[in-house]
Design a binder for this molecule. Structure first.
Ligand SMILES: C[S@@+](CC[C@H](N)C(=O)[O-])C[C@H]1O[C@@H](n2cnc3c(N)ncnc32)[C@H](O)[C@@H]1O
Length: 96
């Protein structure tokens, strides 16, 4: 979110047609305000349904802090593995 006006960021999506279905893929995030503030490092992305950690990866790629909640222990392991792998590749990730 913007640390000046508090406006949230929104997903940038790509719609991919596959037969009858449309797959929606998140390809990035963008501000919804015109403050020209990147807000890096200060805001926290709260993800109450962490799943395999895609939102977490995108948050860290945009230098945000991230707090994820997940019910299923198997998904937690999967998300941690994905984040550890990206960390080894140089992404700034701090896991608690
Ligand atoms: C569609 S996935 C979330 C995808 C995720 N936001 C991402 O970026 O990859 C939904 C997840 O929410 C989890 N979930 C469902 N109910 C929950 C609850 N009450 N508390 C925490 N996690 C829950 C499920 O286990 C599942 O992994």
């Amino acid at each position: 979110m913007c640390e000046i006006c508090g406006a949230s960021w929104e997903r940038v999506i790509e719609k991919i047609k596959a037969n009858q279905d449309t797959i929606i893929k998140t390809v990035g995030w963008r501000p919804t305000c015109s403050c020209k503030n990147e807000g890096k490092g200060k805001s926290i992305v709260l993800d109450p349904f962490m799943g395999s950690g895609t939102t977490a990866l995108v948050a860290f790629e945009h230098e945000r802090n991230y707090l994820g909640i997940e019910l299923n222990p198997e998904y937690i392991k999967l998300a941690n593995r994905r984040l550890e792998r990206r960390k080894r590749q140089g992404l700034q990730v701090s896991l608690l």
